[in-house]
Design a binder for this molecule. Structure first.
Ligand SMILES: Cc1ncc(C[n+]2csc(CCOP(=O)(O)OP(=O)(O)O)c2C)c(N)n1
Ligand SMILES: CC(=O)[C@@H](O)[C@H](O)COP(=O)(O)O
Ligand SMILES: [Mg+2]
Length: 637
């Protein structure tokens, strides 16, 4: 069969295709995405669900001029294939290759960078307002999933758009799934719109009925008034209509022609319009259709069987967190588990099964999750909010104002702290120490391995105040797991290795790298002490100052931005203590966004490996010697 996709250089090339050809193209695109993602890994199920919708969007709108904003952006692969990136598609999510999310730097067809959910309607409204202020006429379209619609920002934006009556189109891609099955009252409402004939048919039926009435002048007025009042009885999409949106749909999102017709209609509506499109997540690939959660974001897999090629070995930090929380919850009935739409990603699924009454999936609503946890804590509960580091960025004020200000015992299980790899800059969890460290009452810890994670969790749920436990994406070190958990004294670090030339002061997953670096340095005649900081806040001041005084040379190591991070905390401490002649070097991430790529590769690139530490220590050692020599000469006069 000849390839249709090969001849699509830009969306304009779709204009000449017949409906049948568009359907053939849809099948080819699906195949291409399945084959590519089976090698690169990526967001398979969301993309398979939007093939027809994306084709229809590109037939009706011109993305070089009109603006299409993909919420989260994990479903933008089809769009990428149609907008000049099919030759680079095999490099999807690979270092130096194309991103798994929309990226304006990559293409003029990517109107807005996304990765975190529920931003599309706000961005679209902003673009639409700019268009109107400039007297331009292009269309602005936000494509948002039913899961992302549970995020408060989406409603803040719709509330505003309805008020302004701006021309903006919101395409609701409703597949009844967030990553897991979608939750909440809104999800129930959408489900009724999908299935209840009372909701989905009444508007058409009423309109049809009214059309059939004889049209005298007087009667016409009555009919119009009747139409108006009926709007307030049962009309499909009443919620959206009440928010000031014209509601169109629901439409079968896999019927290209029907979707195109509705999008055309949306184009001609005055004011904000919502097009309700029904799709199936994973459409066209049975393993993904049957298990859309597992194929939401997936690693390399075997196409024929759908079996994911999983590296065996040590359990992940996430798994150990999940198992530990279950153990702790068996001992303490006050422990509550909270997720913002990521039960499997955060490892809370076993907790949910065993403690359904103490488990809450709040939807994609990190801010609400944190303040709800605060509320629970005021009544004596011990909430554990398991949230990826990158997504807790959303809830900074709630952490500060609702939890820390009242010194409430909420535990933040900060998964994906550090470089996450293929998702890239939207998802790296490298800012958390900086955005939490300066908040009074907050305790921050980070385990050197998965066994220490268990003890830290026990410590966290026992502590009478807010605690963040930060751990990385991926496998642990494979160390044995203690059966009994104990509390680690707050603010106490651990000396792992003694030495007198240099102190390697590391936190979290960098401790193992520091240990390996110390080993190599000793082979080169340098004796390096290694301290596992355990706590970023409060620091073990006594121990750190003692070793800094002894070695005079301190290197801090963290998988986090240098600005405001762990190393900064140590520098502040040393400065405060006023230790004479102590030199400090900080190893961490620079003031730039880190691109996507394998975690191991990125760590290598930024010197966050044993080799990187050795290299940095040796180079720095030479500088330090020069500085000290210079100082000595100056002192002699
Ligand atoms: C603020 C934020 N929290 C959590 C996530 C993780 N996340 C990515 S996609 C997704 C589900 C989105 O569901 P939906 O919008 O319905 O898209 P679908 O995958 O069903 O197409 C979640 C929770 C995120 N990207 N951003
Ligand atoms: C798009 C999104 O935000 C999530 O799907 C994220 O990619 C999941 O990341 P993990 O693979 O680390 O769970
Ligand atoms: Mg969805």
């Amino acid at each position: 069969m000849t390839s249709l996709l090969k001849n699509i250089y830009s969306p304009q090339d779709l204009q000449n295709l017949s409906l049948k050809q568009l359907e053939e193209l849809a099948a080819e695109i699906r195949q291409r995405i399945i084959e590519t993602v089976s090698v690169t890994g990526g967001h398979l199920a969301p993309n398979l669900g939007v093939v027809e919708l994306t084709l229809a969007l590109h037939r009706v709108f011109n993305s070089a001029v009109d603006r299409i904003i993909w919420d989260v952006g994990h479903q933008s692969y089809v769009h990428k294939l149609l907008t000049g990136r099919q030759n680079r598609f095999a490099s999807l999510r690979q270092y130096g290759g194309i991103s798994g999310f929309p990226k304006p730097a990559e293409s003029i067809h990517d109107a807005f960078a996304t990765g975190h959910s529920s931003t599309s309607v706000s961005a679209a409204l902003g673009m639409a307002l700019a268009r109107d202020l400039n007297g331009a006429t292009y269309d602005v379209v936000a494509v948002i999933g039913d899961g992302s619609l549970t995020g408060g920002m989406a409603f803040e934006a719709m509330n505003h758009a309805g008020h302004l009556k701006t021309n903006v189109i919101v395409v609701l891609n409703d597949n009844e799934m967030s990553i897991a099955p979608n939750v909440g009252a809104l999800s129930g409402y959408l489900s009724r719109l999908r299935t209840d004939p009372k909701y989905s048919k009444s508007k058409d039926e009423i309109a049809e009925l009214l059309q059939k009435l004889p049209h005298g002048n007087k009667l016409l007025k009555v009919v119009d008034r009747l139409k108006d009042s009926l709007k307030y009885l049962v009309v499909p999409g009443m919620l959206f209509e009440e928010l000031g949106f014209t509601y169109l749909g629901p439409v079968d999102g896999h019927d290209i022609k029907a979707v195109m017709t509705l999008l055309q209609q949306a184009k001609s509506v005055n004011g904000p319009v919502l097009v309700h499109v029904l799709t199936r997540k994973g459409k066209g690939y049975w393993p993904a259709e049957e298990n859309p959660d597992r194929f939401h974001g997936v690693g390399p897999f075997d196409v024929a069987t759908g079996r994911v090629k999983k590296a065996g070995g040590a359990p992940s930090y996430t798994e150990v967190f999940g198992q530990t929380l279950v153990k702790l919850a068996r001992q303490d009935s006050k422990i509550i588990g909270i997720t913002a739409a990521m039960p499997s990603g955060t490892g809370l699924q076993d907790f949910a099964r065993e403690f359904p009454r103490r488990y809450f999936d709040v939807g994609i609503a990190e801010q609400h999750a944190v303040t709800m946890a605060a509320g629970l804590a005021t009544a004596g509960y011990r909430p554990v909010a398991a949230i990826y580091s990158t997504f807790l960025q959303r809830a900074y004020d709630q952490v500060l104002h609702d939890v820390c200000l009242q010194n409430l015992p909420v535990t933040f299980a900060l998964d994906r702290g550090g470089l996450v790899g293929d998702d890239g800059p939207t998802h790296h969890g490298v800012f958390d120490i900086a955005y939490l460290r300066h908040i009074p009452n907050m305790v921050i810890m980070s385990p050197k391995d998965e066994n220490e994670l268990q003890h830290m969790l026990k410590t966290a749920v026992t502590h009478n105040g807010p605690v963040a436990v930060r751990y990385p994406r991926g496998q642990g070190l494979g160390v044995p797991l203690d059966q009994e958990m104990h509390c680690l004294p707050i603010g106490r670090a651990e000396v792992l290795r003694d030495g007198s030339d240099l102190l390697l002061l590391a936190v979290g997953n960098m401790v193992a790298e520091a240990m390996a670096a110390a080993e190599e340095l000793s082979r080169q005649g340098i004796t390096a002490a290694v301290i596992n900081a355990r706590y970023v806040k409060p620091l073990d001041e006594e121990l750190i100052l003692a070793y800094a005084g002894k070695t005079k040379n301190v290197i801090t190591i963290e998988e986090h931005v240098l600005m405001g991070g762990f190393g900064s905390a140590v520098v502040e401490l040393l400065q405060q203590a006023g230790l004479p002649d102590v030199q400090v070097k900080r190893i961490g991430l620079p003031d730039e966004f880190v691109e996507h790529g394998k975690q191991s590769l990125l760590r290598q690139q930024y010197g966050l490996t044993a080799e990187g530490i050795v290299e940095a220590a040796l180079a720095w050692g030479k500088d330090v010697k020069k500085v000290r020599k210079l100082k000595a000469i100056r002192a002699k006069g």
